[in-house]
Design a protein around this ligand. Structure first.
Ligand code: PAF
Length: 278
């Protein structure tokens, strides 16, 4: 595994790799790597000859400066964790990526105005800005993203469509801790007790499936009532959407595939999750 910190070096190394006809899989991350990232890297490794993992905490996608400041950082630990399954790690400084103020402005229509887009203005423009730049530097054949960030995945697919990139976007299922809590870098910021409480949100949503009703208002009522009992959890949103369009559904029968997306704050930490209903 080689560690690269500059765009120039990255392009030079990848140019040689591409000239040798090798396929490249890209796994963009913000570090604080966990089993969820490992699953993306392993999938990339199984489908490409060379795997590039990027580790960059993108300031543009944080609407809350405290969230950016406390985001976990431990490059050495990350490198140790992935050295045996990764070929290239690109870990640039903020100055390297944004030497001048970024001016990119994207329009993804309605899908960027709901859920995360509504709660975190500018978030998806920030995500698209960095992802597009990484695509340009790496020019991968495939890029890998987790389904936990379900709306981000839809935004990235739209970005690829709009910019006509020849990149296959591969999504990987949510990886969970033994309690059911979705793996997230932010979990590290929670005490053991809070982590345990956070896992109950997943438990409640999963339990709502056993109600056996297709009516979303009934499912939501159950979920909202149960989450309200969880101290110190504050629900941001619980939305059930059509997987294909991200439009909210009123009944499970309204779409071929329905997923529930949830965002909540525990203590000061904001977590998201995605659970497939059908
Ligand atoms: O999902 C993430 O970790 C980030 O949003 C990403 C895709 C690496 C862009 O900074």
């Amino acid at each position: 595994m080689i560690l690269i910190e500059t765009i120039e070096k990255l392009k030079e190394v990848l140019f040689r790799i591409r000239s040798n006809g090798k396929t490249i899989g890209l796994v963009p991350t913000m570090g604080a790597l966990h089993e969820g990232h490992i699953s993306l890297i392993k999938k990339a490794k199984s489908e490409n000859q060379v795997v590039v993992v990027t580790i960059f905490i993108n300031p543009l996608q944080f609407d809350n400066p405290n969230d950016l400041e406390r985001y976990p950082r431990d490059l050495e630990k990350d490198l140790l964790l992935i050295e045996s399954i990764t070929d290239i790690v690109f870990a640039p400084s903020t100055q390297e990526i944004f030497p001048t103020e970024p001016m990119e402005s994207y329009n993804f229509g309605e899908i960027e105005t709901i859920m995360e887009g509504a709660s975190r203005p500018g978030h998806f423009n920030g995500v698209a800005t960095i992802v597009k730049r990484l695509f340009d530097y790496v020019q991968p054949n495939r890029a890998y993203f987790g389904e936990k960030d379900f709306q981000q995945l839809a935004i990235i697919r739209k970005l690829v469509e709009q910019t006509k990139e020849d990149i296959t976007i591969v999504s990987c299922p949510v990886v969970r801790e033994s309690t059911g809590l979705a793996m997230s870098s932010r979990n590290q910021l929670l005490s053991f007790a809070k982590r345990n409480i956070a896992s109950k949100v997943y438990g409640i949503i999963n339990k709502s499936k056993a109600l056996g009703t297709p009516i979303v208002s009934k499912i939501s009522e159950f979920v909202l009532t149960e989450i309200k009992k969880l101290e110190p959890v504050t629900l941001d949103y619980f939305t059930m959407i059509d997987e294909a369009t991200l439009q909210p559904v009123e009944s499970l029968e309204d779409a071929k595939s329905v997923v529930a997306c949830v965002a909540f704050v525990i203590g000061e930490i904001r977590l998201i999750d995605m659970i497939r209903f059908k």
